[in-house]
Write a protein that binds this ligand. Structure first.
Ligand code: SF4
Length: 680
């Protein structure tokens, strides 16, 4: 019996697991730390995924029209030859910016930095990732405030504030157990959520906030904390800039006004603000809900400001910056291989600059001064094109044509809003390549599908998202199935054909890891014996990676980019729509049974949720004359879909909830079949 440590990326919790093998076969998977059962049931279904009969295990070429399921097997050599020839000709005809890349760092693990290296070397700034909707935008906002991305430490906290997160053993179990352990030793739990979910039942305070008004609540908390002088005055004086302007701004948000906006009780707003600020060490962990609302940037800014002025930075909220000792992912990505002219052409630069090179460049000097080098790509979600602007260019050729897209380890079509627009964009491409495990709706639109390995079949070095000064390792357990390849081999194969071989000189991915580890005097073989290698932090926290070197309560970068440098609140509702569209839709419910658009082909999981479900309060079902299990049409000003209704008494009346990422892999493929029922 042999034991290996592996990072599961069936979802973005990225749990360390211990895999027991015998004669090369997996016998059992356990939590890495046997004392803490921090894994979910999905990981035990690895066999249904790895050996699924529909898995793509050979390169495929579509010999029909785009979206017509006419697949022919092709050799790797031939596929890479044809793809690279096509890339050369598109680049020659329309310019290097006409090639786009869409990649998912979580799924590709340490391959993500190599993808950006490849994009930069072929001269395209038009790289996107679904992380822009999730963590990536949080990271940009964190950077405007303190130059890095915070990570909460539950073990050190005595107050935990959750915005809409319903953690459980099936949904981010490590965080759930961390929260529960802290709660059991007395940490206060404050749950902000229109719904009283299972975790909310256990909370000390449940704030049933009106959807989309998180920023107002947080501005109200800041009002109370500043008015009552509950903040850390020494930290504010020595480590921040802009306190006076902030204090002036939050005067506009007294608890009574915030109570009107949020639907919460003014005294509850005061009391919870005091509980948070008077804690010795409190945390506000990241949650996707705050990433996806109209006031997202201001709500995230307020969270950052609260962490800072209440003195929790470096205590329970760690903002230490990257580690040193190995080449960082940001340096590996070779961002300076792109000229300034090309960076300026990145799609979205004009209207959404914070995400793009334009925004990142405003932190360049600060990151050199603070970390010792230009750290461009914070949390793998920076310096990117704006996805809707990219799709628009793919569809219309404006402001310039984008004619090829490489989709690496993600289901782009179902990962962003406006599926019909994205579909049109894909149909207008001269080349679509998908590197995938299955024929997802996006892969069904490809000219070539290249079979990728999965997490049990690859060695990995480095966390999926680089935020802590630590390198993690994940050992390879299984040989890749069929002809599946690691992303490194695919990029190397393409780079060689495109005259870029010198930038991918390593014989294989392990040799590449040897190169990355050389400054630590370690080989991959040695390093991979341990699940984690601590690195020396690049900063002791005395200087923050912002232009002022301080925590910017008043953001100089937002100001330079033409935005309000302070947080504010905007009404999320459009009252002109209320008569025609009386219900409010919460779009994008994540179902922990799956992971975004993934895992839908695992029969055991589909038995748990066979169909997408609309959640609605029973009172509303009665009002609209609907019955449980009935198919209904849901229509918004931008589209409509048909879905099964399910009664849910914790859904606030007047609102409904629609899940995210549905397609049915068992259904026939191709555009004529709505890409396996993806286009609802
Ligand atoms: S929560 Fe489950 S699926 Fe997600 S990483 Fe952990 S074990 Fe894997």
């Amino acid at each position: 019996m042999e034991k290996k440590h592996v990072t599961c990326v069936f979802c973005d919790q990225c749990c360390h697991v211990s895999v027991e093998t015998e004669n090369g076969l997996i016998k059992a998977i356990h939590p890495y730390n046997p004392a803490v059962p921090a894994i979910c049931s999905k990981v035990q279904l690895w066999d249904s995924y790895v050996n699924h009969p529909d898995r793509v295990v050979k390169p495929l070429k579509n010999v029909g029209e785009r979206g017509e399921p006419k697949w022919q097997e092709i050799t790797w050599e031939r596929a890479l030859d044809e793809i690279s020839e096509k890339l050369k000709s598109i680049s020659a005809n329309y310019g290097s910016t006409s090639v786009a890349i869409s990649a998912m760092p979580i799924n590709l693990q340490s391959g993500a930095g190599l993808v950006r290296r490849f994009a930069n070397l072929i001269g395209t700034p038009n790289y996107i990732t679904p992380m822009e909707l999730c963590v990536g935008n949080t990271a940009q906002v964190h950077r405007t405030t303190y130059g890095w991305y915070t990570a909460p430490v539950y073990e050190k906290s005595d107050c935990i504030v959750l915005f809409g997160q319903n953690r459980s053993l099936e949904n981010w179990p490590q965080d759930y157990l961390g929260i529960m352990a802290a709660h059991q030793r007395g940490a206060k739990l404050i749950m902000v959520d229109p719904r009283k979910n299972e975790l909310g039942e256990k909370a000390d305070y449940h704030l049933p906030i009106r959807y989309g008004t998180d920023a107002a609540l947080l501005l109200g908390w800041l009002n109370v904390i500043i008015e009552e002088a509950l903040y850390d005055q020494e930290f504010v004086q020595t480590k921040t800039v802009g306190f006076e302007q902030l204090a002036e701004r939050v005067k506009d948000y007294p608890p009574e006004r915030v109570a009107e906006i949020t639907g919460l009780d003014a005294e509850l707003i005061r009391e919870t603000a005091r509980v948070y600020a008077n804690s010795e060490r409190a945390v506000i962990p990241w949650g996707v809900v705050t990433d996806m609302q109209k006031n997202s940037t201001s709500a995230l800014r307020c969270q950052c400001i609260l962490r800072a002025i209440c003195g929790f930075i470096g205590k329970s909220e760690m903002v230490v910056g990257p580690g040193t000792g190995v080449l960082s992912v940001s340096e590996l990505e070779m961002h300076d291989a792109l000229s300034e002219d090309i960076k300026a052409k990145q799609l979205g630069t004009e209207n959404y600059p914070l995400f793009t090179y334009k925004g990142a460049s405003l932190f360049k000097d600060a990151s050199i001064e603070t970390f010792g080098y230009p750290h461009y790509n914070i949390a793998d979600g920076s310096c990117m094109a704006h996805p809707p602007t990219l799709f628009e260019a793919m569809r219309t050729g404006r402001p310039y044509p984008v004619k090829a897209i490489l989709v690496l380890g993600n289901n782009t079509l179902l990962s962003f809003a406006n599926q019909k627009g994205i579909l049109e964009a894909f149909l207008n491409q001269e080349l679509v390549v998908a590197y995938e495990n299955f024929l997802t709706p996006t892969a069904q639109l490809a000219d070539y599908v290249l079979p990728g390995d999965m997490w049990l079949e690859r060695p990995a070095l480095g966390p999926a998202i680089e935020v802590r000064p630590i390198l993690t390792t994940s050992q390879q357990v299984l040989a890749p199935r069929g002809e599946c390849k690691n992303i490194y081999d695919v990029l190397k194969g393409l780079a060689e054909r495109l005259g870029l071989a010198e930038y991918f000189p390593w014989a294989n991915v392990e040799a590449f890891y040897d190169w990355r580890l050389a400054p630590l005097d370690l080989t991959w073989e040695q390093a991979s014996q341990k699940p984690a290698i601590p690195l020396k932090p690049a900063t002791d926290g005395s200087r923050f990676g912002t232009p002022s070197g301080k925590v910017e309560l008043y953001s100089s970068v937002l100001e330079q980019l033409g935005y309000d440098p302070l947080p504010y609140f905007r009404e999320p509702d459009d009252p002109t729509l209320a008569e025609e569209y009386p219900l409010i839709v919460f779009v994008g419910l994540r179902e922990p049974t799956f992971y975004n658009t993934c895992l839908r082909q695992i029969p055991e999981l589909r038995k748990r949720i066979p169909e997408p479900l609309l959640l609605m309060h029973p009172e509303d079902m009665e009002k609209y004359g609907l019955k449980e299990g009935e198919w209904v049409w849901v229509e918004t000003p931008t589209g409509k879909l048909q879905i099964i209704v399910k009664a849910d008494s914790v859904q606030p009346p007047g609102t409904i909830r629609i899940p995210h990422g549905w397609w049915k892999p068992e259904k026939p493929q191709g555009l004529k079949n709505h890409l396996s029922d993806a286009m609802l």
